[in-house]
Write a protein that binds this ligand. Structure first.
Ligand SMILES: [Mg+2]
Length: 478
């Protein structure tokens, strides 16, 4: 444990303690307020973004343990409110496990990608109005390096972060935590320490002690494999790693990666902050030594390319909505077919099934020498399907004559009239916009509220209530 003043410690995961300067302490209370740095990088990260968006637009959920995600057998938590995290619920956890941890008070709602997308746009628009260059990492995270902060003091950076946080809150109704430091890594560590609803400026005077006390896995790019390799050598902290000779770090973790991580561990982080030039499509393709002449041989080739492109997609961090299959024939002509899903996803089984849907039997098309799979329609926001089993079991209806046919578009599965699902946005001519809180046994309970109404009343109707209709989720942002 690093030596920090009592009362100034905060638990940050298993057994690690880190000094924390509360955002409520005035800047002049920091002994290092006047310390300056040549460059200041900010990491802005929205707090529990999906769950907060739900609590914003459905005010009844404020203060409650909200789990956003799929409710089916294989449902996964896409977001958890801080009230749910208290119980140990986390993103990427199986939903059934999160529900068990939280107990009966858990509120489970399906993700509403359209709402998160609009709010994400508002967050970045607000930030860009003050910081021209943003390096977005996902729909709710970005780095910034405001030119006006070059050479600034800790106190000045704190003022600036407080201004940005107030701006985001005023424009979106959502809270952002901000970390700042002399490089990207420290800025990101800072925002992690600041959460939720806080800021943490790491001054050059404290950065070495702070880094040294962190568990080594907190270093950028240290995954489970590298961590266990280091632990096997008794290296548990960033400080212990930094104390190794650079050549040794390189030999443990591999040449360039090991050296780069060693520099980060020593607090050296010159990586620039720059707008990301984003690829429009992420793909993988392979030319085969022998032409593929049967559908039985084409299927595994498509599966392999879908998986290969998927690995790149995962590194990119975005979700795909369009799946393109490219087949180059032995006469060098190219046939491409694309398939558009009703929502963007990162799910390999869904993407692979979509690529298979476009397969054309080589006995009809002719021998194939190259197979490629590409993912397009890339967005930061992924929305889990409510009906993943439907999407994967979609029947193949390939018309081999219509190779250049316009891409098929799958609509959201239409629900029978009077069938309501929890979390669905609805509208009633008398009561306005609301969401389905519960349904079944011939009745539906709707909570009528939006971001501007405050907690609204719940009403129960017969499931075939004629006045009730499905509504645009974006109406909840009014
Ligand atoms: Mg976040």
């Amino acid at each position: 444990m690093p030596s920090v003043p009592a009362g100034c410690r905060r638990r940050v995961g298993a057994g690690a303690y880190i000094a924390l300067v509360s955002t409520h302490v005035p800047a002049e209370a920091r002994p290092d307020a006047a310390v300056t740095a040549r460059r200041w990088v900010l990491h802005i990260d929205m707090d529990a973004f999906f769950a907060s968006a739900e609590q914003l637009t459905r005010p009844t959920l404020r203060g409650r343990p909200v789990l956003v995600g799929g409710i089916g057998q294989r449902g996964v938590v896409a977001g958890a409110s801080y009230e749910a995290r208290v119980f140990g619920a986390r993103s990427a956890m199986p939903m059934h496990q999160a529900r068990r941890l939280v107990g009966v008070s858990a509120v489970v709602v399906p993700p509403r990608g359209a709402v998160y997308s609009v709010l994400s746009g508002r967050v970045f628009d607000a930030l860009r109005s003050r910081v021209p260059v943003l390096e977005t990492l996902s729909f709710d995270e970005a780095f910034a390096e405001p030119a006006e902060l070059a050479g600034a003091s800790v106190a000045r950076v704190e003022e600036y972060c407080a201004m940005l946080r107030a701006l985001v809150l005023a424009r979106t109704g959502l809270t952002a935590s901000i970390g700042a430091g002399t490089g990207k890594q420290l800025a990101k560590i800072g925002s992690g320490l600041a959460k939720p609803d806080g800021m943490r400026v790491i001054s050059p005077a404290e950065q070495h002690a702070l880094l040294a006390g962190l568990p080594v896995r907190k270093l950028w790019g240290i995954g489970p494999v590298a961590e266990s390799r280091l632990r096997g050598l008794g290296i548990e902290t960033v400080g212990a790693f930094a104390a190794l000779p650079e050549a040794e770090a390189a030999s443990i973790l591999g040449g360039s990666v090991g050296s780069a991580l060693h520099r980060l561990a020593r607090g050296i982080d010159d990586r620039p902050v720059a707008e990301r030039a984003e690829a429009k499509q992420i793909s993988a393709e392979n030319t085969y030594e022998r032409d593929i002449v049967t559908l039985a041989d084409l299927r595994p080739a498509i599966t392999a390319m879908a998986a290969s492109a998927h690995r790149r997609l995962e590194r990119d961090g975005r979700a795909a909505r369009t799946v393109v299959l490219k087949l180059k024939k032995s006469d060098m002509s190219i046939v491409t077919r694309s398939f558009t899903l009703p929502y963007a996803t990162t799910e390999l089984s869904t993407l692979s099934a979509a690529a298979q849907r476009s397969a054309i039997d080589p006995t009809e098309l002719g021998p194939i020498r190259l197979v490629g799979v590409g993912y397009g329609g890339l967005t930061m926001v992924r929305q889990e399907s409510l009906f993943p089993e439907l999407d994967q079991a979609m029947p193949a209806d390939i018309d081999t004559d219509a190779v250049d046919a316009p891409e098929p578009v799958v609509e959201q599965p239409e629900l029978p009239v009077g069938q309501w699902l929890p979390g669905m946005d609805v509208r009633h001519p008398e009561f306005g916009h609301g969401w389905v809180q519960g349904a079944g046994y011939g009745v539906v309970t709707v909570r009528f509220e939006t971001s501007s109404t405050g907690p609204g009343p719940a009403r129960t109707f017969p499931a075939d209530e004629s006045g009730l209709s499905r509504a645009d989720p974006l109406a909840s942002l009014d």
